[in-house]
Design a protein around this ligand. Structure first.
Ligand code: ADP
Length: 167
């Protein structure tokens, strides 16, 4: 397919499910811009700067991946970037309705921008930032669900987190 895609999300924090979408997305697109949505009304565990720096560290040096942030309407950001494709991941039915609405709304706002969905990797079916934060806050291990840098940051926030996981 080639070209550039914007992969937007909260990434609070980035998980291995997100990483899987980025890695597989690179098999489809030449370049991916991972962009962190800034929403002052949404309470997040990590600041935008922390989320960006964790994504950068997790991805490492890769000229085909750019990390950025945006506020306001996503479509305005995508238009300004000159990109025509949005990349999103799809897990179970729960994602579908929300993603379907978002994709249709975005298409209504700009018909030239298409949303491309990649189905979750089977291993990451249940993996999302929310469940990772909940488990970590309650002392459960999320080893194997998030990149090393995120695990380190979570351990700093929640020192009670246990070491070994069942995965
Ligand atoms: P949002 O705040 O918009 O829900 P997220 O940061 O949770 O954004 O996720 C960004 C995108 O990554 C969404 O399209 C979401 O469906 C996808 N995603 C998150 N976790 C996974 C996963 N485990 N497998 C596949 N896609 C995922």
């Amino acid at each position: 397919m080639g070209g550039v895609a914007v992969y937007p999300g909260s990434f609070d924090p980035i998980t291995n499910g997100h990483m899987d979408i980025i890695e597989r997305g690179l098999g489809v697109f030449d370049k991916i811009i991972v962009t962190v949505g800034i929403n002052p009304n949404k309470k997040t565990l990590f600041s935008v700067e922390e989320r960006i720096s964790m994504i950068r560290e997790a991805i490492g040096k890769n000229p085909r991946v750019e990390v950025d942030s945006f506020s306001g309407l996503l479509i305005n950001y995508v238009e300004k970037s000159g990109v025509h494709c949005l990349l999103r991941g799809l897990r179970a039915m729960s994602d579908f309705e929300y993603e379907f609405q978002m994709a249709l709304m975005n298409r209504r706002l700009n018909r030239n921008i298409e949303t491309v969905f990649l189905m979750t990797g089977a291993r990451w079916f249940f993996c999302n930032s929310g469940i990772v934060k909940e488990a970590a806050a309650l002392g459960g291990s999320v080893e194997g669900m998030v990149p090393g840098v995120v695990l380190k940051k979570l351990k700093q926030k929640f020192p009670g987190m246990v070491k070994k996981s069942g995965i």
